[in-house]
Design a binder for this molecule. Structure first.
Ligand code: ZN
Length: 167
């Protein structure tokens, strides 16, 4: 335990028995290196030194911890809850991007989606299941990422282009 070098005249946080609160006190008397008597700087009252409520709570917490009870569980769950809004924000951003891409676009601008078609970035398409979408990324010759109202989907493209002559 660290020994603080208390001297009469030093200022110290302590519990004031008159104010019934943690107040700044001036040390009047020191016994064995510990503050013994203090003067409250708020009410000017003189009384025996008492640890602050915060110090007493810390001591109590230390006692609890040494008994095996821990307060870290509640702290951890609070941190994991705090990360949720960030995820929701990203989803909202995607919806905004999707709305901007398809807003005011005439029906004929949406190319009906078929796996044997080839899409380019920024192209609008209409999917039978997902609805209107906009091509965000061309992943490779046969895959593209399309943003629909419900989110990003990876769709196949240019499948069987070379050997299909129907239509
Ligand atoms: Zn006081």
């Amino acid at each position: 335990m660290a020994i603080a070098n208390y001297k009469p005249g030093n200022e110290i946080d302590a519990w004031c028995t008159s104010c019934r609160a943690d107040k700044l006190h001036r040390i009047i008397a020191v016994v064995n290196g510990n503050p013994k008597k203090v003067e409250c700087l708020s009410c000017k009252g003189h009384h025996l030194y008492r640890a602050t409520a915060a110090q007493k709570e810390a001591a109590a917490a230390h006692k609890r911890a040494s008994k095996g009870e821990s307060t870290t569980t509640t702290r951890t769950s609070r941190t994991s809850r705090a990360s949720l809004p960030a995820t929701r924000k990203r989803e909202e951003d995607l919806v905004a991007v999707w709305e901007k891409a398809i807003a005011g676009q005439p029906f004929e601008n949406f190319k009906p989606y078929r796996i044997d078609r080839t899409f380019v970035r920024g192209e609008l398409l209409r999917h039978t299941k997902f609805g209107d979408g906009v091509v965000m990324t061309i992943l490779d010759a046969n895959k593209c990422e399309v943003l629909f109202r419900e989110g990003m989907k990876t769709l196949a493209q240019s499948i069987g282009v070379s050997n299909t002559t129907s239509q």
